[in-house]
Structures are given as structure tokens and as C-alpha cells.
Design a protein around this ligand. Structure first.
Ligand code: DI6
Ligand code: FE
Length: 411
């Protein structure tokens, strides 16, 4: 952990308890440590003694005194639908009366009702409605945010969503990774013609990709959405463009989605409540991350937990994300998702933190972040906590004392 040229750093954080997560296990704590960065990347991570030894520090570097506060890598929310218009609080009330998510979807509500609202909104309106959610995630420590399309379901409106996602990243100074989720639900104009809709999705993808709007491709593989043959066609279109894939897999039933996305060397299989051990083995072989989404599990009052022990046994990395969406997870805090992952799925607080940093970065194919180490991005959060487990312990509350992305303070 020595420095390349720390004397020329742009900024220095002193007297911080660093949770580096550098190493396969443990928090990797450096007590009363120092972080320094230059051109947006960390160029020193180590103890005060080592820092003093490298000597001659540039007086012009910004100095931040952490006074013993805890510091983690910036959080990575690897699965969200943050861009949408309207809300579905009415549906929430229906579900509390006993109507199921699948019943609502089949009756023309659910995702399709958000599609109507999103289509009706202008790009600026959509941005104005979505920004506060992204701000809330940032306020709780998120410096890398994945955002999916999937509420446009035609070329113009999918493009509008992806453009709004890019604009959120520019406005907030954080990284936004966009995922094309054209195969999210069947729009009414294609009713009864799912295969023809998938043809259209496969035609839109190269156009949106050419416009620089797509970092990855996703689909909803479920009995209320698209089957494995249709999902496979979307993945083949992605592969032809060299784009990585991920999948909403085995959320409500075992549709062998996790095995399918693994077969395509996918970045992640998400939800995975009903994933079989055989599919878990396929994920392990292909390095596919399991993205756990306890917010949706909680809101839908599900009872079937993802196969945690199988993930651990076979060495499948587990990420934790919010799934922030208007239907199943109106959740605007990744820390709360961490807490729910501990309570519902029995992750340890350490696994939950790795899930929301290191493994979240992996689920997005980003090797440059998710730990505090020299050469990684200077994305970090200063927390008002007394010990690391408090990050998953508190439900709510304002715990961030400072959020930095690429060495710039963004909150
Ligand atoms: N699974 C989810 O968790 C979200 N989409 C999906 O395929 C839910 C989206 C919604 O209900 O609006
Ligand atoms: Fe989702």
C-alpha cells in the first residue's frame, strides 16, 4: 500500500478509520489511516506512520480531517429502476388487501401502469421526478448507480429513459451505469405477440448502443414476463454488440434464468430466490454474481429466501442492491437494503457491506472501485458510526458525513 507520488496529491484524508475491504475476508481496517488521491484515483492508502515516512507533502492538497470517523469505499447500487414517472402507492394498498403482484400485473396494472406514466412525461419531467430518488441514494452513500430502462417499451421512450439516466450521473457527479431492459414487460400494443416484441427489442438495441446509451443488457425472465427462449434472443443481440448481460432471474419461480445468464458469462443473476443448486454451480463456473434484492422480497412479503448457503459453498459473490422501483421496491437507501439483507437473508453485516461495494462493482463489471486501494477510484464515504456493523444496524437515519466521487466532494 505504498504511494506512487503522494507529495503531488490533490487531496488527503487524515485520521480516518479506513474500512478498505482489501483482501478476501474481514473489513481490512486501518486505524487512524490516511487516504490521498490525485486525478480522481487513490494514490495512497495506509497508516499515518507510513504517510509520514513518504514525507514532503504538497501544501496545496485539500486536507480533510476525519477525526477518527469511519470511511468505506463509495457504495455501489448495482440494480435499480430509479428513472420512472408517477408512483404505485394505490397498488401497495391493493396488495395490503390481499391482491398479489402477479394478479395486478395480469390485470394490466403493475409495470404497464408505470409505462403509461413514463411515456406521458417529457424528458425534463422524467428527470425532475427521478433526480430526488438518485439524490436520496447518494445521500446515503451511493457513488455508483446502475439505472435500467424498461418503462418506455418503445424506441423513443426507452431512449428517453436512458438519456435521463445519463443526465442524472452528470448532474450529481457520480457514475451512472445504464442497462437496457427493453424486455421488461409486454407493452399493450404487442398484446399476444411477445415474439414480435422481442424482435423489436433486438432492433432497438444496436441503435441505442450506437448513441452511447447502453452499458449492459437485462431482461425479466419470469412466467409473467419473458421465457428463456425469448431471453436468449435478447442475450444473443447483446453478445453480437459485445455488451455484457444480466438477468431478473428466478424471482417468483425457478425458470432456470440464473443458469441461462451464466451460460452467457453474464455479470449477474438478480433476485435469485428460486434458483436451484445446479444453477448456482453454473453461476460459480462463469463468475456470475448473485445480486440480492431484499427490498422487493420485503415489500412483496415473500417467504422463499435465495440459496445463501449454496452461494457461499460454491463461492458465488453476493451483491446487495435496492432494486429502487415504483412497484416492488420503493426503496431509496442502499443501507436499508443492507439491513434487510441481514435480517431477511441472514447475511453478516460484513457480507452486506461487501455486497454494496466490492461485489456490487463486480456485478457491474467495474474493476476500478469497490475497495480502498492505490489505483482505484477515489470514491469513498465518511460515516458517523461507532463501528462497521452499524451500517447495517440502523434503519434509516442520516449517517453520512461526507461523500466523495472521483476525489470530488458530492455531498
Ligand atoms: N423485477 C423487479 O423487481 C422490478 N422489475 C422486475 O422485473 C419490478 C418493476 C415494477 O414492478 O415496476
Ligand atoms: Fe428489478
Amino acid at each position: 500500500m505504498s504511494a506512487s507520488s503522494p507529495h503531488a496529491s490533490d487531496g488527503v484524508l487524515l485520521d480516518a478509520n479506513l474500512i478498505t475491504l482489501n483482501g478476501d475476508a474481514g473489513y481490512g481496517v486501518i486505524e487512524r489511516g490516511v487516504l490521498a488521491w490525485r486525478d480522481g484515483l487513490l494514490d495512497f492508502v495506509g497508516s499515518r506512520a507510513e504517510w509520514d515516512r513518504v514525507g514532503a507533502h504538497d501544501e496545496r492538497a485539500t486536507r480533510v480531517q476525519a477525526d477518527g470517523q469511519w470511511v468505506t469505499p463509495g457504495l455501489v447500487d448495482s440494480h435499480t429502476h430509479t428513472v420512472f414517472a408517477g408512483d404505485r402507492a394505490g397498488e401497495f394498498e391493493q396488495r395490503l388487501q390481499g391482491v398479489s403482484y402477479e394478479d395486478i400485473a395480469r390485470a394490466g396494472g403493475g409495470i404497464v401502469s408505470t409505462v403509461r406514466a413514463t411515456r406521458a412525461a417529457s424528458e425534463d419531467e422524467l428527470l425532475a421526478q427521478s433526480l430526488p430518488r438518485a439524490r436520496a441514494l447518494l445521500a446515503d452513500g451511493v457513488t455508483t448507480l446502475e439505472i435500467k430502462s424498461g418503462y418506455g417499451l418503445d424506441l423513443i421512450n426507452e431512449r428517453k429513459m436512458l438519456r435521463v439516466a445519463r443526465r442524472i450521473g452528470e448532474q450529481l457527479g457520480i457514475t451512472v451505469r445504464t442497462t437496457f431492459l427493453g424486455a421488461h414487460a409486454l407493452p399493450p400494443e404487442y398484446s399476444g405477440r411477445a415474439d414480435a416484441y422481442i424482435d423489436a427489442v433486438c432492433e432497438w438495441l444496436p441503435q441505442l448502443h450506437a448513441e452511447g446509451l447502453v452499458d449492459a443488457v437485462d431482461a425479466f425472465c419470469e412466467r409473467i414476463a419473458f421465457d428463456t427462449a425469448q431471453t436468449r434472443r435478447v442475450f444473443e443481440a447483446a453478445r453480437a454488440l459485445g455488451l455484457p448481460v444480466k438477468l431478473h432471474a428466478d424471482q417468483l419461480s425457478d425458470g432456470h434464468g440464473a443458469a441461462l445468464v451464466a451460460e452467457f458469462d453474464g455479470l449477474s443473476a438478480d433476485h435469485v430466490e428460486y434458483t436451484s443448486e445446479e444453477s448456482v454451480r453454473a453461476m460459480a463456473r462463469h463468475g456470475t454474481v448473485a445480486v440480492l434484492l431484499p427490498g422487493a422480497f420485503h415489500v412483496l412479503r415473500e417467504t422463499k429466501s435465495p440459496p445463501l448457503e449454496a452461494f457461499r459453498t460454491h463461492g458465488v459473490p453476493m451483491a446487495v442492491a435496492t432494486d429502487c422501483n415504483p412497484g416492488t421496491a420503493p426503496l431509496q437507501s442502499l443501507r436499508l437494503a443492507m439491513s434487510l439483507a441481514c435480517t431477511h437473508f441472514r447475511l453478516t453485516p460484513e457480507e452486506a457491506l461487501r455486497g454494496a461495494t466490492t461485489q456490487g462493482a463486480r456485478a457491474l463489471g467495474l474493476a476500478d472501485r469497490g475497495v480502498l486501494a492505490v489505483g482505484r477510484r477515489a470514491d469513498f464515504v465518511i460515516w458517523n458510526i461507532a463501528q462497521p456493523a452499524q451500517l447495517s444496524y440502523w434503519l434509516g437515519g442520516e449517517l453520512t458525513a461526507g461523500v466523495y466521487a472521483g476525489g470530488r466532494r458530492v455531498r
